[in-house]
Design a protein around this ligand. Structure first.
Ligand SMILES: Cc1cc2nc3c(=O)[nH]c(=O)nc-3n(C[C@H](O)[C@H](O)[C@H](O)COP(=O)(O)OP(=O)(O)OC[C@H]3O[C@@H](n4cnc5c(N)ncnc54)[C@H](O)[C@@H]3O)c2cc1C
Length: 359
């Protein structure tokens, strides 16, 4: 039977980042992915924003790994010619939300995000004439990235370091025998691994449950609508985050292809289904007009959707990323990553370093 030192489950941005990081030092690493290619799930269905870390609980993994990951990601993009733009973000509040805006600003400063500052009406109009002229926070180091190019580059580097990727390989069984993991794939192929790293995104609880480590992840869907004709904006425009800990609020994102999108909204769902409800157009218009008041219904079209793996139910306190070696549950060498929602893309390289250090 084949034996590997490390098995990574899931070739999304997290699995690829970990695979690349480990392959710098170790060998005999296999990355198994159930789809025919990499990054077909959460990692290709998001806003592609490099976050600055304004929102998260102080000292949480989300906060620390987002800020560290942002620095790593910009460095990686520059070094490896991955398309990105540090376009900056304007987080706009209405008059009655000014206290909330100030609280968020103080939280960001307290979290160590030292480069953001406040804008008044005139500043906003000068920077972004189409934006709602309220009070705002400006985050100059927020940006956008070509996620596909980033993942492709990680995959290439992993393979250059002799890492093996097995596509169309769904993990359906894991047994812990004599301090080793026996892994079974859907095609009945079996192999042994010393370490297993679960970064299966929306499938991560299924993997965790194979070892009877019972964890629940809740699915929270976000739809996007495209704006066409494209409004002339140069910055990302965000509202204040949602109070129910479901998301950052419908925002206006620009992408590197020159498109502009509204989204994502947030609704808890029971199953994975990426269809978009076209009747939501008027809700998106209402949210969009809080950021660009001149938007009209005839310029909003359904675009795509993504699904967040959340550790909390609707309305519950926001949970941190769960990244743990499951020794306490009796599984030494099994690293479990659950609830890797936003800012997972931003944090990906820092998460990889964190996991390598756990080992
Ligand atoms: C709507 C939305 C917007 C977001 N916006 C941003 C943003 O702007 N900035 C940001 O930083 N983050 C953002 N995020 C978060 C970010 O996209 C995720 O944190 C990140 O992509 C998660 O990557 P992943 O590798 O964990 O998951 P995935 O990309 O889903 O990868 C997991 C992989 O595991 C595979 N898999 C599952 N089960 C098995 C199995 N049994 N066997 C083998 N393989 C399996 C899947 O096929 C998949 O390829 C957003 C997320 C969403 C949903």
């Amino acid at each position: 039977m084949d034996k590997f030192n490390f098995t990574i489950i899931g070739a999304g941005v997290i699995g690829l980042s970990i695979a690349f990081d480990l392959s710098k030092t170790f060998n005999h690493i296999v990355l198994v992915e159930k789809n025919e290619s990499f990054g077909q799930e959460i990692s290709s269905r998001n806003s592609e924003v490099i976050h600055a870390g304004l929102y998260y609980q102080k000292n949480s993994l989300k906060s620390r790994l987002c800020q560290e990951g942002k620095v790593f990601l910009y460095e990686y993009c520059e070094k490896n010619k991955i398309p990105f733009r540090k376009c900056g973000k304007i987080l706009v509040a209405k008059h009655e939300q000014e206290n909330e805006l100030m609280n968020l600003f103080m939280k960001a400063i307290d979290n160590g995000v030292s480069d953001c500052y406040l804008l008044n009406k005139e500043n906003i109009t000068n920077l972004e004439p189409l934006a709602f002229p309220g009070k705002a926070i400006f985050s100059p180091s927020t940006g956008i990235i070509d996620t596909h190019a980033f993942m492709k580059s990680l995959k290439q580097k992993f393979e250059d370091n002799n890492g093996i990727i097995s596509f169309a390989s769904k993990v359906v069984g894991i047994q812990y025998i004599n301090r080793m993991y026996k892994i079974r794939l859907s095609n009945n192929f079996e192999f042994i691994s010393e370490v297993v790293i679960n970064c299966a995104g929306l499938g991560s609880t299924e993997i965790s449950n194979l070892l009877d480590i019972r964890k629940e992840v809740f699915l929270c869907k976000g739809d996007y609508f495209r704006i066409s004709p494209v409004p002339k904006i140069n910055h990302l425009l965000y509202p204040l985050p949602l109070k129910e800990n479901t998301g950052l609020g419908v925002h206006v994102t620009i992408d590197l292809g020159g498109g502009v999108k509204l989204g994502p909204d947030a609704s808890y769902v029971n199953q994975i289904d990426y269809k978009i409800n076209e009747r939501k157009a008027s809700d998106f218009l209402m949210e969009g007009r809080k950021l660009i008041p001149s938007l009209t219904i005839d310029c909003i079209y359904p675009d795509m959707s993504g699904i967040r793996p959340k550790l909390q139910k609707y309305g519950e306190t926001e949970q941190d990323f769960y990244i743990t070696e499951e020794t306490a549950n009796g599984y030494k060498g099994f690293i479990n990553l659950l609830g890797i929602e936003s800012p997972g893309l931003t944090a990906s390289l820092a998460i990889a370093k964190y996991v390598t250090n756990l080992l």
